[in-house]
Write a new protein. Structure first.
Lengths: 265, 498, 313
């Protein structure tokens, strides 16, 4: 009976910039801790909040969004040790931080690479610009930090908001990351992270009529069923890689708008 | 209650007849920035004494007071700087992982944001521009440029489809005195992002923000020699341009010097970009939102005392609204506050140097002599310092010197037009081609005008808007090459086959 | 009884009084100019000057369903003598209330320099018949108010029935002329664009407005700096072209001294000193008054203040 008794951490959900418990009051055991077991109602609330946050987030200048992502990287760097203890180690954290920085730099360049001024055959100015799709549901793949960051960053840098279901077996690092988001000037509701049971949450997310896109990179074996559910509101369904970075991963969650305007005195 | 009534009966509580509402001086504190007594040259990551042994004094143009002694870099100093840049290039900067290069630039961007007040105050003290501009425009944009190009450093292959971009080597960069820190950012950020190292010469009259920037480089832990700053006058620039081991020259300044540089580099195989002078037409149509257009005219020529290469120095106004526009303009000019650059309420600051003041005065004199009508609002100028009252000339003919030559001061020349074609003709009738402004409600006309104007930047229903994502540069004698945007990377890379 | 001139399908201004071109407003540029003007740093004696003006030009307002004679009496006293501990603090320009409370405000302010302004015309919505609106105006004018704050018919405006909007203003001005000055509330928060604000301003002025006023204070968006700038530019154009003087009132949402000073700076730099007088400019506010008093005391004593030291009414 010696030494100091540490204060144990309570792991809750991250919704709307705050850390609520599940409305169901349930938890489940993961990595030796009681982790919030999100319910369908939590998910419903998260989607509603993600939608409300969409206007502000997509309305920010690309420059500001890039700065927010860079600040997430700042906060992650500060918590290097805490994050490393909860995932595959320092190497995974370093990669995740650098990935966030990489994506931060795309916010104010994507339109220049993906958009265009189109030389149509007529006296019209015609241009194409990318725009965010909307609320995006993400099933985070392993590894628990790098996989999550690799799928989250491209979604939000383009102006979408996210409802993300963390790894079921390794959820703690997701909540640790949420604490980075909460201190990084990320507006509440832009990212929402739910911990809980995949089989309970994934179908609800996939069938939600107000979720515009679905990242099924982390789906195991049930991807086809989830995609079928997503067809009810023609969701954009993406299956990417857990450890990759590309502007096309951003583009997968963007719409393209083409505008015509006559040229004449 | 009765007491109230009696009190009020005594008091003459009529509508007050105020004679003036003078804004009390609201000076930004100077002491946030520490200016050293003397500066050396920043070479190889540290300050060194100039081998030339020569120094000169840089002053505060609003007070005509000395601020510091800076070095006059001679041939040997420039050589030392270039060798330092070459060493840094070969020994790591060009082979550093691009994502690491990016992080240095992100650091620099953040540091500029953190020290923004310090830089803004210094810029106003050394250059003469109002603190409101250095605080709200110059410094934030400078930080934004570093932030923007940081993101390109590890994405170059996306900027040039089917090409393998690599850095050129050592870039020699010469910048003007009108936006000292911002011009530094426009030059250094893309150069470093692409993997080059640089030797930069700030303008003779405005070296201090570049020298303070060296401290940001120290805090960012930028490897020594990646950025070298050599101060001095035109002689230093000439040494840099003609140095055999510089692979690329980027120059922003007068057209005259730009041509000299182009002659010097002819046949050497060195890459060159030039951003030179302008005589932009700001074109107002009769359906323009008038009060906003007048604001745009004012912003176009009086922002930064008119020391702007892309200034809207020729107002082309549709004849049918001429009277209305001129009367609104004169009325608006009378509310411009000229004075202490550090006063937060100052709109128009000091002219950067005696030399520039003399040039402006001479050209204005020529305008009067050639027969244009001059208007200057009543304005109380400070005793000491270099000042010029915002001026507008009407009854100007296209051939007058004030309509042809770049004045680079707060002087506007007004001409009229009857049809859009006439406006285009007059707007394009100049050897310059940097920028133009168009004011009209009609979208199709904006696009048609933009199509026909021979200018590198066209502003519609706005003026003097800059962004790191937006390419900037001129046609014709306003120079070649673009700064900003994806295109701004082109002049800093060699495009090998993929 | 005035009738509107016969107007064709579109909207045409009558030739008399002559009005400036309708014109358009660029929203981005307008907002940028308003933002730049808002960065003016007004300190020390120039700040005190502005704060003093803000009180002199204030319409101290209460427009609640729960207003009672007692509430209005207390507000009137506050308006007459905002700070009992400081005799240098001037009275406000006017008390602004609902028609039912007019007699009590008149009683309380009799013999003082403080005017009584009443809202009318089915404030705030304006969604009643013209007859009812005219009757309401007649009633408050008979009762002796000095000023009438009417609302324009936004339903008519937004559906393009501009002649109707104009006609209502003309009819109400007829009742007020020579007895009470007329402020016309545009309810800018409902008009959607600055172009519409400009149009509505010109309509109101054409109809005879003595003042144009931004808002009822009951909408989601009330007085903003860009919207005031838009309206001041109309007033300037009217004055330049016809010599007619029209006043401006910014109402709703101005709670802090810093905002109030920004509104005054705009007037100063757009219309000049001549408009910085209660005859030509008003701030419609309620909680603003105490904030101004706190700021005045802070300027004089150098200390940040505590609301407990200032009476609520």
């Amino acid at each position: 009976m010696s030494g100091r008794l540490p204060v144990q951490k309570t792991y809750k959900l991250y919704i709307g910039g705050a850390f609520p418990r599940s409305e169901s009051g349930r938890t489940y055991l993961a990595e030796g801790a009681n982790v919030a077991r999100a319910s369908r109602k939590d998910l419903r609330d998260a989607v509603r909040i993600a939608r409300q946050a969409g206007g502000g987030w997509s309305g920010m200048t690309a420059y500001n969004r890039g700065q927010v992502l860079y600040r997430i990287a700042e906060m992650m760097e500060m918590r290097h040790a805490e994050l490393a203890a909860l995932c595959g180690g320092a190497g995974e954290v370093t990669k995740a931080v650098d990935r966030m920085v990489w994506y931060a730099g795309w916010s104010d360049k994507l339109a220049q690479v993906i958009g265009s001024a189109n030389p149509v055959a007529g006296p019209y100015f015609n241009f194409t610009v990318p725009e965010p799709t909307g609320v995006t549901g993400i099933l985070a793949p392993e590894p628990p930090l790098l996989g999550l960051v690799s799928r989250l960053a491209p979604v939000i840098v383009g102006g979408n908001t996210a409802v993300l279901i963390a790894s079921e077996t390794h959820p703690l690092v997701a909540i640790e990351l949420a604490e980075c988001l909460a201190t990084a000037d990320v507006p509440g509701g832009v990212v929402n992270i739910l911990t809980g049971l995949r089989r309970e949450l994934a179908p609800v997310l996939a069938s939600h009529m107000d979720v515009a896109a679905l990242d099924l990179t982390g789906a195991d074996g049930d991807a086809a069923d989830l995609e079928k559910l997503g067809a009810d509101n023609v969701k954009r369904v993406v299956r990417g890689r857990a450890d990759s970075q590309s502007p096309y991963d951003i583009a997968a969650f963007l719409e393209l708008k083409t505008v015509w305007h006559p040229i004449g005195m | 209650m009765t007491k109230d009534k009696r009190e009020l009966a005594r008091r003459e509580d009529k509508a007050p007849i105020a004679t003036a509402w003078d804004y009390a001086p609201a000076p930004e504190a100077r002491d946030i920035v520490k200016i050293q007594e003397r500066y050396g040259l920043f070479i190889g990551g540290k300050f060194v004494e100039p081998k030339s042994g020569e120094r000169y004094t840089t002053i505060d143009p609003a007070r005509e007071e000395p601020l510091a002694e800076v070095a006059q870099a001679g041939k040997a100093d420039v050589d030392r700087a270039v060798r330092s840049a070459r060493k840094a290039f070969a020994n790591g900067w060009s082979t550093l992982r691009p994502s690491e290069r990016a992080k240095y630039l992100f650091r620099i961007a953040r540091l500029l944001q953190e020290r923004s007040r310090e830089f803004a105050v210094l810029e106003s003290i050394n250059g003469g521009k109002p603190i409101r501009e250095s605080r709200d425009v110059d410094v934030p944009l400078a930080a934004a440029h570093f932030f923007y190009y940081a993101g390109w450093a590890d994405k170059l292959e996306y900027a040039f489809p089917n090409r393998k971009p690599r850095p050129i080597g050592v870039a020699g960069q010469i910048i003007p005195w009108n936006f000292p820190l911002l011009m530094l950012a426009w030059k250094i950020a893309p150069a470093l992002a692409a993997g080059n190292t640089v030797v930069l010469k700030p303008a003779e009259t405005t070296p201090l923000s570049a020298l303070l920037f060296c401290d940001v480089l120290r805090q960012a832990e930028l490897p020594p020699g990646v950025v070298n700053i050599v101060t001095g006058d035109g002689r230093t620039g000439a040494e840099l341009v003609s140095h055999p081991d510089v692979n690329k020259i980027a120059f922003t300044g007068s057209t005259e010097v730009g041509k000299a540089i182009q002659r010097t580099l002819a046949g050497t195989g060195k890459r060159l970009t030039l951003e030179l002078g302008g005589k932009a037409a700001n074109i107002i149509f009769d359906d323009a939102p008038l009060d906003q257009a007048v604001e745009g005219i004012v912003n176009g020529i009086y922002f930064n005392q008119g020391h702007v290469c892309c200034a809207g120095s020729r107002l082309l106004v549709e004849e049918s609204i001429y009277e209305t526009v001129i009367s609104k303009l004169k009325r608006r000019m009378a509310t411009l506050r000229v004075g202490d650059p550090l006063d937060k309420n100052t709109d128009v600051g000091a002219i950067n140097s005696k030399q520039q003041l003399d040039k402006i005065s001479a050209l204005v004199q020529s305008g009067v002599e050639e027969g244009a009508e001059i208007y200057q609002p009543p304005c109380k100028l400070p005793e000491r310092g270099y000042w010029f009252v915002p001026t507008v000339f009407t009854n100007v003919a296209q051939s007058y010197r004030i309509a042809q030559e770049e004045i680079f001061g707060p002087v506007l020349s007004v001409l009229t037009f009857r049809t859009p074609d006439e406006a285009i003709e007059k707007a394009n009738n100049t050897p310059y081609g940097l920028s133009a402004g168009v004011w009209t409600e009609k979208g199709s006309r904006i696009l048609a005008m933009a199509q026909k104007l021979r200018a590198g930047v066209v502003w519609a229903n706005t003026y003097n808007r800059f962004d790191p994502a937006s390419p900037f540069g001129g046609y014709k004698e306003s120079g070649f090459g673009r700064e900003g945007g994806r295109h701004g990377l082109e002049s800093y890379v060699v495009l090998d086959d993929a | 009884m005035a009738t509107a001139p016969v107007l064709p399908g579109g909207f045409e201004l009558p030739l008399e009084p002559r009005l400036p071109r309708l014109g358009s407003v660029d929203a981005v540029a307008l907002e940028a100019r308003a933002a730049t003007l808002a960065t003016r740093s007004i300190k020390r004696e120039s700040k005190l000057f502005a704060l003093d003006l803000a009180i002199r030009m204030m319409d101290l307002t209460t427009l609640e369903g729960a207003d009672t004679p007692g509430k209005v009496a207390a507000l009137s006293s506050k308006g007459i003598r905002p700070d009992p501990s400081d005799p240098n603090i001037p009275s406000v320009a006017a008390i602004c209330i609902y028609p039912n409370l007019v007699p009590y405000a008149l009683e309380r302010t009799r013999g003082t320099s403080v005017k009584v302004a009443s809202v009318a015309t089915a404030f705030p919505s304006g969604q009643s018949s013209l007859e009812i609106k005219l009757a309401e105006v007649r009633e408050v004018v008979e009762a002796g108010v000095h000023e009438v704050d009417m609302v324009i018919n936004r339903g008519a405006f937004l559906s393009g029935r501009y002649a109707e909007v104009y006609d209502e203003v003309v009819r109400i001005k007829e009742i007020c002329a020579g007895r009470a000055h007329l402020k016309v509330i545009l309810e800018t928060g409902e008009l959607g664009t600055y172009d519409n604000v400009r149009r509505a301003s010109l309509l109101a002025i054409a109809g005879g407005a003595d003042f144009i006023k931004t808002s009822t204070g009951k909408a989601a968006t009330n007085a903003t700096l860009p919207v005031q700038l838009c309206m001041l530019e109309v007033i300037r154009d009217v004055h330049e072209e016809t010599g007619r003087v029209v006043g401006m009132k910014a109402a709703g949402g101005i709670r802090q001294s810093k905002q109030a000073v920004q509104f005054l700076v705009q007037v100063h730099e757009t219309l000049g000193l001549a408009w910085l007088t209660p005859d030509r400019y008003r701030l419609g506010a309620s909680t603003l008054l105490n904030d101004v008093l706190m700021q005045i005391r802070k300027e004089r004593t150098g200390r940040y203040q505590n609301p407990d030291y200032f009476t609520i009414d």
